[in-house]
Design a protein around this ligand. Structure first.
Ligand SMILES: *Cc1c(COP(=O)(O)O)cnc(C)c1O
Length: 466
C-alpha cells in the first residue's frame, strides 16, 4: 500500500515512511492510494473477535509489507493490553436506541490512547536498529498531548516537544503531561489558543531551515497511522449491533475531524454506516461547512469541551480531497486560498458528497448540560462534556427509528470533573489507574507564542539529523 499527499506534489511513501513523516513535504496529508474493502463475509467474521484481533484484520491491508501479520498482532496485543477494560472499547446501552462507545479506558482517560498507544509501538518498531532520531513536535488542546506523552515517555530514538495553550486545558489534562519527567519529554505552555499553537507547529514543519536540521514528525491526527487505528472501533461496535446486516449511525464529538474521518474510512471499507453525525460546540466551523458549504474560521471561544475548541480542522482536507476526485492540485489551491483568507466555499461535488454520509449539529452549553443530566437520570451514566455534545446531537438527529445510534464517549468524566459537577451535581472520581496525579511534581516551560521563541527552544534541545 502506498500513501499519497492530498496536495499532489509530494512523493508517494510506504506505510513506514508515511508514519514517520506525519505531514507531507508539500504541506498536504497522507492518504492510502485506494480504500481496501472488506466483503460482507469478512465483516461478519469479525463477530466475537477480541479488540486486538479486530485491529489486526482492519489494519493489515494498510500496513502493506512494512510489518508482518505476526508483528502487527504482537503490537495490537501490547497496545490494547494496557486498557483497563477487557473489551477495550465497551458499548453501553442508554435506552432503546442510544449507545455509548466508551473509548476512555486507556492510560490517560481519553480516546486518543486508542491510537497513540499503538503509534508509540509503531515508532519504536520502525526506528529500532536505525540511527534515525525523531523529533516529535505537536500542539494539543489537552488529550493528544497526554496520550502521546504516555505512549512515548522514555522511548529511545524519540524526543517529544508538546505545546499546550496556557489556561485552556483542564488541571487533570495539564498534570497528565507535565508530571511525566522522562528526559525525552518537553512540555511547552504557550500564550494563545490551540489554533495558534497548531499554526506554530505547521510553521516549523514548513520552515525549510528549521525542518532541515531535524527529523520532524507528528503525533496529532495529521498522522495517518492514528486515523487507521481509530477505524477499528467503528467496525468493532457496528458488528456488535448487527452489521453488516444492519446499518449503524455514529455521533462523534468533533474538533480536528480526525475521529469522524476514521468513521468515513470505515464506510469506504464497506461498513454499513447509516450516518456520521459531526457534533460541534459553539466553535462550529464544521457544522457551517457541512450544512452550508461555508468553511470559514472565526475566533475560538473557550468552552467546557476544550478538545473541540478548534476553528481549523486539519483532517477536513482529507475529506475534501477524497470527495473532490482526489485532485491534489485543486486541493492545494483551495487550501492555499483558505490559508490566506481563513475562508473558503466547498465545491458542489464536495458538499453533495459529504451530505450523503454526514449530518452535523452545533450544541449550545445548555443542551450539553441537559444531555449530561439525561444520561445520569436515564441510564446512571456520568458522561464528560465532549461526550455530552455528541449525545445531544445524537438524540435530536433525524434518523429512521430502527437505526441504532452510537455516541462516541471520547473522555472519562473525571478528566473534566468541574464541568460535570456543575451540570449534574455529581463529582466523578478519578480512576485508580491515574494514581496520585495531584501530588506529583510538574515540569514545563512557558513561552510567548512567537515562532522565534518556540523554534529556538526546540532547536537548542532536539537531536540534529545524523
Ligand atoms: C480530541 C478530542 C475530540 C475531538 O476529536 P477530533 O479527532 O479532533 O475530531 C473530542 N473529544 C475529546 C475528549 C478529545 O480528546
Amino acid at each position: 500500500m502506498r500513501y499519497i499527499s492530498t496536495r499532489g506534489a509530494a512523493e508517494p511513501l510506504d506505510f513506514r515512511a508515511a508514519t514517520l513523516a506525519g505531514l507531507a513535504s508539500d504541506g498536504g496529508l497522507y492518504l492510502p492510494e485506494y480504500w481496501p474493502t472488506l466483503t460482507q463475509e469478512e465483516i461478519s467474521g469479525l463477530r466475537g473477535l477480541s479488540y486486538a484481533e479486530t485491529a489486526v484484520r482492519i489494519m493489515l491491508p494498510f500496513v502493506g509489507d512494512t510489518l508482518t501479520e505476526a508483528e502487527l498482532r504482537a503490537m495490537c496485543e501490547a497496545a490494547y493490553g494496557r486498557f483497563s477494560h477487557a473489551a477495550v472499547t465497551p458499548l453501553v446501552q442508554l435506552d432503546q436506541r442510544h449507545f455509548l462507545l466508551e473509548l476512555f479506558h486507556g492510560p490517560t482517560l481519553a480516546f486518543k490512547d486508542v491510537a497513540l498507544q499503538f503509534l508509540g509501538l509503531l515508532f519504536e518498531k520502525f526506528l529500532a536498529g536505525t540511527d534515525q532520531h525523531l523529533t516529535i513536535v505537536g500542539a494539543t488542546s489537552g488529550d493528544t498531548g497526554s496520550a502521546a506523552i504516555d505512549a512515548l515517555a522514555g522511548r529511545e530514538h524519540v524526543d517529544v516537544f508538546m505545546l499546550h495553550p496556557v489556561g485552556r486545558v483542564s488541571d487533570v489534562q495539564r498534570r497528565q503531561m507535565t508530571t511525566v519527567l522522562a528526559p525525552n519529554i518537553h512540555n511547552i505552555a504557550i500564550h494563545g489558543d490551540f489554533d495558534q499553537a497548531q499554526a506554530l507547529v505547521k510553521a516549523m514543519f514548513n520552515d525549510a531551515a528549521f525542518a532541515g536540521r531535524f527529523t520532524l514528525s507528528a503525533v496529532n491526527s495529521i498522522n495517518w497511522a492514528r486515523l487507521m487505528a481509530q477505524v477499528v472501533y467503528y467496525f468493532y461496535a457496528a458488528v456488535r449491533l448487527g452489521a453488516p446486516e444492519r446499518a449503524v449511525a455514529f455521533s462523534v464529538p468533533t474538533g480536528n475531524f480526525g475521529d469522524v474521518f476514521a468513521g468515513y474510512v470505515a464506510a469506504q471499507m464497506g461498513l454499513p454506516v447509516a450516518k456520521l453525525i459531526v457534533a460541534t460546540n459553539v466553535n462550529d466551523i464544521l457544522h457551517r461547512a457541512l450544512s452550508a458549504g461555508d468553511y470559514s474560521a472565526g475566533t475560538v471561544t473557550p468552552t467546557a469541551a476544550p478538545s473541540m475548541d478548534i476553528q481549523v480542522s486539519s483532517n477536513f482536507e482529507r475529506l475534501l480531497f477524497d470527495l473532490g476526485w482526489r485532485d491534489g492540485g485543486a486541493i492545494a489551491e483551495q487550501m492555499r486560498g483558505f490559508e490566506t483568507t481563513k475562508a473558503m466555499r466547498l465545491t458542489n461535488a464536495q458538499s453533495e458528497g459529504a451530505a450523503a454520509l454526514f449530518a452535523s449539529d452545533r450544541v449550545e452549553p445548555g443542551d450539553m448540560a441537559e444531555a449530561m443530566r439525561w444520561a445520569c437520570a436515564e441510564a446512571g451514566q456520568v458522561i464528560d462534556p465532549h461526550t455530552a455534545i455528541g449525545l445531544a446531537a445524537a438524540r435530536r438527529a433525524d434518523l429512521p427509528a430502527d437505526v441504532p445510534v452510537v455516541t462516541l464517549a471520547t473522555a472519562h468524566a473525571a478528566k473534566f470533573g468541574d464541568a460535570v459537577e456543575r451540570a449534574t451535581g455529581v463529582r466523578p472520581a478519578l480512576p485508580g489507574r491515574v494514581g496520585d496525579l495531584f501530588d506529583r511534581e510538574e515540569r514545563y516551560t512557558t513561552l510567548d507564542g512567537s515562532f522565534a521563541a518556540v523554534s529556538g527552544f526546540i532547536a537548542e534541545r532536539a537531536m540534529p539529523r545524523g
